[in-house]
Design a protein around this ligand. Structure first.
Ligand code: LMR
Length: 397
């Protein structure tokens, strides 16, 4: 049977990770996979996370099943972190939520739920979007279409073209939006854009699906959620997928959440049961450990404060790197790279071509995704010079 399976190309991001690992060169630089790195190039466990984990181990009294929705307290704390404590959707009991294995789990469960209620709808994704959005959502069998988003020429939002397409999206289709720190382009929607999209969602009747994978790594915890909070206050229905991989550094523990805002409390209750049954039919229930750590931190004033301080330091490091890269690259090449400091989150496109990307990898050990997406956090004082010199040489040749 299995002999009929076809050989596959490597995953564009995970394949690069493996290639990098096997490269013996000392000076190699990994700007590929989106993980936060500190000044030494490491991805350490956050101190607040280590502290919460210690507490968890000391106080955990059972390993009995957790149930398809995961921890109720985790889900409630996630609502508040995402939407803010006083959000009308919370007060009106219009939310259904489940703890999921990472943001990927949330995206997939969201898509499966959409399929249950509206199997013929289309999910509209930004062009470009994170490569894994397509299989996560599309492997359910739902149709995927793109709306214009990023202009490589101006390194900015194609606002008019985006709105032109969104204003034709039919009722009950889904529009996937990046909550902040757009992956892969780093260009975020401004509050004016979110308002415009909220109006269109209301007018057209499409449902926004917000992927929030980097809350706190752009401008701040509340600032990064401002657009989706506005949208959630305006629209009657909405879907939110949260990942805690990056802002808690819990990548391999797989911690995320899916929240559905329904039109009223009664529909939210039915949706909650449907979510539980969807989860039961895929992986039965989520893993408990990572989410318990997040729950301890979000629910404890002291731990929350130290987590917030660590997160701010990570954010500031990324934003300082953006400033520094933008200045150095603009000075030491004959191209304008100032767009890097205007963008947010871990990623930006350098805008170089495939030959240049391959040359950087082959001749200089500089790895980036083949769209020219770099993970800004992969830069540090020890590799900045090698990166700038390599790029300058490749661009000039
Ligand atoms: C990325 O975009 O590099 C990250 O979200 C990691 C992944 O799973 O692709």
């Amino acid at each position: 049977m299995f002999e009929t399976l076809k050989a596959l190309n490597a995953d564009p991001i995970l394949g690069l990770m493996a290639e990098f690992r096997n490269d013996p060169r000392e000076q190699k630089i990994d700007l590929g996979v989106g993980i936060y790195r500190d000044q030494k190039g490491n991805t350490p466990i956050m101190k607040s996370v280590a502290e919460a984990e210690r507490k968890r181990i000391e106080t955990e009294i059972t390993k009995a099943y957790i149930g398809p929705a995961g921890s109720e307290s985790f889900n409630l704390l996630t609502r508040e972190l995402t939407l803010g404590e006083d959000h009308p959707a919370i007060k009106d009991n219009r939310l259904a939520s489940v703890q999921t294995p990472g943001g990927c789990g949330a995206l997939r469960v969201g898509a499966e739920l959409i399929k249950r209620t509206n199997p013929t709808c289309t999910i509209w994704v930004s062009e470009p979007t994170w490569a894994n959005h397509i299989p996560l959502l599309g492997n359910t069998g739902l149709k995927i279409r793109e709306y214009p988003y990023y202009s490589p020429k101006n390194q900015s939002l194609r606002r008019k073209e985006m709105l032109d397409v969104l204003q034709k999206v039919p009722a009950n289709d889904i529009v996937l939006l990046h909550g902040c720190c757009h992956n892969p382009c780093g260009v975020d929607l401004g509050l004016e854009d979110w308002k415009e999209i909220a109006d269109l969602a209301e007018k057209q009747g499409f449902i926004p699906f917000v992927d929030l994978a980097y809350q706190g790594l752009g401008l701040g915890l509340a600032e990064d959620a401002a657009g989706l909070r506005f949208l959630a206050a305006q629209t009657s229905e909405m879907i939110i997928a949260t990942s805690y991989s990056k802002n808690f550094g819990l990548y391999r523990e797989r911690v995320g959440a899916l929240q559905i805002i329904a039109e009223n409390a009664q529909t939210a209750q039915i949706t909650q049961a449907q979510l539980g049954s969807t989860v039961r039919g895929i992986y039965s229930m989520p893993p408990a450990h990572g989410a318990a750590i997040v729950e301890l931190i979000l629910g404890d004033t002291t731990l929350y404060k130290s987590w917030d301080t660590e997160l701010s330091a990570m954010r500031n490091r990324i934003n300082n790197l953006r400033e520094s890269l933008s200045n150095h690259l603009s000075k030491e090449t004959d191209q304008d790279f100032t767009f890097i400091k205007k963008q947010r989150g871990m990623f930006s496109f350098l805008g170089i071509n495939e030959t240049e990307i391959n040359e950087l990898k082959k001749d200089f050990g500089v790895y980036m995704v083949d769209s020219s997406r770099i993970n800004v956090a992969g830069i540090n004082d020890s590799n900045l010079e090698h990166f700038i010199e390599s790029l300058a040489r490749v661009i000039k040749s």
